[in-house]
Design a protein around this ligand. Structure first.
Ligand code: ZN
Length: 67
C-alpha cells in the first residue's frame, strides 16, 4: 500500500491506480483522485494558447465546461 503525498490516504497503486515519481529530489505518491487533481492543476497553470486554425483559446473550453 502507498500513502498519498497530498491527502495522506492509503491506496493500492496496482489495484486503484495513482502514480509514484519524483518532483525534483522529493519522492511522491499521488492517489488516483490527487493524480487527477495535480494534472488538472498543472493544466490551469499553463499559459493559454491560441489555436492557429480557428483562433480559439485553449482555456475557453474549460470555462464552458465549468459554466
Ligand atoms: Zn490523495
Amino acid at each position: 500500500m502507498s500513502v498519498c503525498s497530498i491527502c495522506d490516504c492509503t491506496f493500492d497503486m496496482d489495484a486503484e491506480g495513482g502514480v509514484n515519481g519524483f518532483i525534483g529530489i522529493l519522492e511522491v505518491n499521488f492517489c488516483p483522485t490527487c493524480k487527477c487533481g495535480v494534472l488538472d492543476f498543472a493544466d490551469q497553470c499553463r499559459p493559454p494558447e491560441q489555436c492557429g486554425k480557428c483562433g480559439a483559446w485553449n482555456d475557453e473550453d474549460d470555462e464552458e465546461k465549468a459554466a
